[in-house]
Design a protein around this ligand. Sequence first.
Ligand code: SER
Length: 281
Amino acid sequence: MNARELKKLFVDFFVSKGHVEIPSASLVPENDPTTLFISAGIQPIVPYFLGKKHPSGSRLTNVQKCIRTGDIEEVGDTYHHTFFEMLGNWSLGDYFKKEAIEFSYEFLTKYLNLNKSKLSVTCFAGNQESPKDEFSASVWEKCGIQKENISYLEDNWWGPPGITGPCGSDTEMFFNDLEIWNDVLIQYFKNNQGKFEKLVQNNIDTGMGVERTLAVISGFTDDYLTAIWQPIIKKIEEVSNKKYDSIETFRGTSLPINKPFRIIADHIRSAVFIIADGVEP
Ligand code: SER
């Protein structure tokens, strides 16, 4: 499967579950002074989590272009990228935890054919704002995730995407210990006093990275070995006259050169998409 096929498989799956596909928004946010770039699929549709009616209905799906400047220091490893594409499905006051988790499990095991014994999930351990999420854990277990592969973490919380906005506990999915998908259970609004108010409706916001998922289903432990990155890596090899998998000695220290290759490839890809959305270098 290539990236295009993966994106189509995801969107078609959620359309078959009653979702409407919406286009990716620009990387440059509109009417949102809290952030320089769109960093998650939820960001352009935040008002609809607060009760406003979306013209396409209460079940949406898309592939959103994202930039995460916050991850820039991680870039160089095998799975962080400043630009990536996020597969997402949303419930705007429609279905909640049970259906969201069942959809995720069905897509991972029946459509991506991932081995369920290598899948693990985390659920929210609870804090003063929100209780321990035993319900999500029970749904995962009923779906077929083994009890020993379900853990509770305090930091299973996502958002808000700006300083204020919708947020909630989440349940994250891992394959071979790599996070590939996050179902956020959006029930709260963080206000400008830092307080969490219950929203008028329960929402679902999910995000799955195309680059990581493609590597996982292709059997790679390095995203840069997939067809998304290989043309850029090959070009860097050509212009640098060095090989991605070689070792270089610099000031007496021998290091694999793949890290600087990945950083250059990542920054080129991000720059291209940022420029394509109208930011002048
Ligand atoms: N907004 C959540 C995330 O970015 C899920 O899409 O992980």
